[in-house]
Design a protein around this ligand. Structure first.
Ligand code: C2E
Ligand code: CA
Ligand code: CA
Length: 530
């Protein structure tokens, strides 16, 4: 016999709901009702119960008694809470994750519009964390991240949100913080990282850089705050690391084209603004699609879709092409794997990825290729790298070594834009085993227009035949060109006549049909297909 009434053991926060349930039943408004509520166990912990009550009435409708059923659902509730927590927190450090941070930032901005004032976003990045991770291993790397999280929480004020944004990047949201308050927090962060870390028997220094962006009621967009804090962080790194930098609106808009700077591109990569479009290549005999080429674009939030010709050269020049190229590799492999799994493409469809000179002469290319393949769980023979001979010529030593390593993996290699370098026909025998020659589209354009282009097209095809390579014609735009290529016995074509490069969602339907030529494709005339 329980010597206490239910109310005295009901959790204080659930009393109101409990009373409402009783009232509804007693008043006759409902005949039964079910709630989930907490009781407080005598040892103090909460017990979640599912509490169902039904009224039993006499003939005149008056309530005679209630039947109550009570299930302990604590385990299920805990599990749900755990799931909810996991969705919003970083499992390693226990800190809020990016999603929760963004949510809090959004709410803070809404409050700011109502109540005015200022907030600050701090972007914190550990300097040279990768070295620590590589030198000490991932387990120690994890320990360092946990310790860093602890130090950051120490530096922040109790009411601030410290989040793990990803990798070794952390963010801090300081509400009701003007420039001075934000600087104080940022300086405490730097101080926290002034003392050495010690893990097992190792002691080492690991500094942090901090970028700060102050926001007012007029800054409506969380992305802008984060982006600017990130720009300031980058400035802190540029100025020697282990320091803080406040976002300076004046400096970020300076310059002729602020968009086409290394920094803008770096942020585009980081903020997921790059995307890949895909263009099929087509077996000219059968009209069957036998592969897709991945072509990168920059989906700029204000300026729209920017073609690679406008930013690849800057990425090349600054070296950013290396991480950018790694992203392209991973993305292209992952996409093809997804299409294969979904049955959108057959299992012999290959994806081609362009590789520039700088990538070819950077030593990690082969490793990046095998990582991308592993990540996507893709067969090496599903990938083809497109290189240009001018890229190989730039640093033949490293390039040839990389290419052999890549070739050994089982990845295919294509010579892109073939024919535009004068050395083409003489040097090809010195190259590593190449599988495909892609004839530059200027020759395809000249087919039927001038004799010399026709002669090159014929010569390249016989070269390909003698070396056992697949010959691909780029830039096929008309049925006349298609007809002439077929007449010569050309293997594969690619160009607007078959399909323009398109976003994955847009090209899926075409890929699923497997065919890129209408049945009556041997038609004459030279109209461009729409
Ligand atoms: P590319 O490798 O020669 O790629 C073929 C280019 O020709 C693409 O331009 C494509 O849209 C265009 N094209 C295809 N069919 C036709 C046609 O029938 N007529 C005409 N006029 N053009 C056609 P896009 O996408 O602007 O790419 C330009 C170049 O940028 C590429 O030339 C490639 O060198 C480079 N690129 C693209 N994506 C990447 C990448 O992920 N990494 C690197 N390193 N370079 C890339
Ligand atoms: Ca290409
Ligand atoms: Ca090309």
């Amino acid at each position: 016999m329980l010597e206490r009434d239910f109310q005295s053991i009901t959790h204080p926060d659930d009393l109101v709901a409990d009373q409402e349930q009783q009232r509804a039943l007693l008043s006759g408004a409902v005949d039964s009702s079910e709630v989930e509520k907490r009781y407080v166990h005598k040892d103090g912990h909460d017990v979640w119960v599912q509490f169902g009550v039904s009224a039993v009435r006499s003939d005149d409708g008056r309530v005679r008694y209630f039947i109550a059923q009570c299930h302990d659902v604590t385990a299920r509730r805990r599990f749900e809470q755990e799931l909810a927590h996991r969705a919003l927190h970083d499992p390693l450090t226990g800190l809020p994750n990016r999603a929760l941070f963004l949510d809090r930032l959004r709410h803070a901005l809404v409050r700011l519009r109502r109540h005015r004032g200022e907030i600050a976003v701090l972007f914190v990045d550990l300097d040279r964390f990768k070295l620590v991770n590589d030198a000490l291993g991932h387990r120690m790397g994890d320990e360092v991240l946990m310790e860093a999280a602890r130090r950051l929480s120490e530096a922040a004020r109790a009411e601030d949100t410290v989040a793990r944004f990803g990798g070794d990047e952390f963010t801090i949201l300081c509400e009701a913080a003007d420039e001075e308050a934000a600087r104080e927090v940022a300086e405490r962060v730097l101080e926290q990282f002034a003392c050495p870390f010690s893990q097992d028997d190792h002691e080492f220094h690991l500094s942090a850089s901090v970028g700060v962006r102050i926001g007012g009621p007029e800054t409506g967009d969380p992305d802008i705050l984060l982006r600017d804090a990130d720009i300031a962080l980058y400035a802190a790194k540029e100025h020697g690391r282990a320091r803080l930098e406040l976002f300076d609106p004046a400096s970020s808009t300076a310059g002729v084209d602020a968009l086409m700077t290394e920094q803008a591109l770096r942020l585009a990569l980081r903020h997921g603004e790059l995307c890949l479009h895909y263009q099929p290549s087509v077996d000219l005999d059968t009209g069957r699609i036998n592969g897709v080429e991945a072509l990168v674009r920059w989906q700029h939030p204000q300026r729209g879709l920017i073609p690679p010709g406008e930013f690849i050269p800057i990425a090349e020049e600054t070296g950013l092409i290396v991480p950018m190229g790694e992203w392209v590799l991973r993305e292209a492999c992952t996409q093809l794997a997804a299409w294969r799994r979904a049955g959108t493409v057959a299992s012999d469809i290959r994806v081609a990825v362009n590789v520039s000179a700088r990538q070819l002469s950077s030593p990690g290319l082969a490793e990046a290729v095998s990582e991308a393949l592993e990540l996507a769980e893709l067969d090496p023979c599903a990938l083809c790298l497109e290189i240009t001979e001018s890229a190989v010529v730039q640093d033949p030593g490293v390039a040839l070594r990389s290419l052999r390593a890549i070739k050994d993996l089982g990845v295919f290699i294509a010579l892109d834009d073939f024919g535009v370098g004068f050395s083409s026909l003489s040097q090809i025998r010195d190259l590593p085993p190449v599988d495909v020659i892609k004839l530059d589209r200027s020759f395809t354009a000249g087919l039927g227009q001038n004799d010399s282009d026709g002669a090159v097209v014929t010569a390249v095809l016989s070269l390909a035949r003698s070396l056992g390579l697949t010959a691909v014609a780029e830039g096929v735009e008309t049925s006349d060109q298609l007809g002439r290529l077929r007449g010569l016995g050309w293997d594969v074509g690619q160009g607007f006549y078959f399909a323009k490069p398109q976003a994955p969602d847009d090209i899926e339907q075409l890929l699923a049909t497997g065919m890129a030529l209408p049945a009556e494709s041997s038609v004459d005339g030279d109209g461009v297909r729409s």
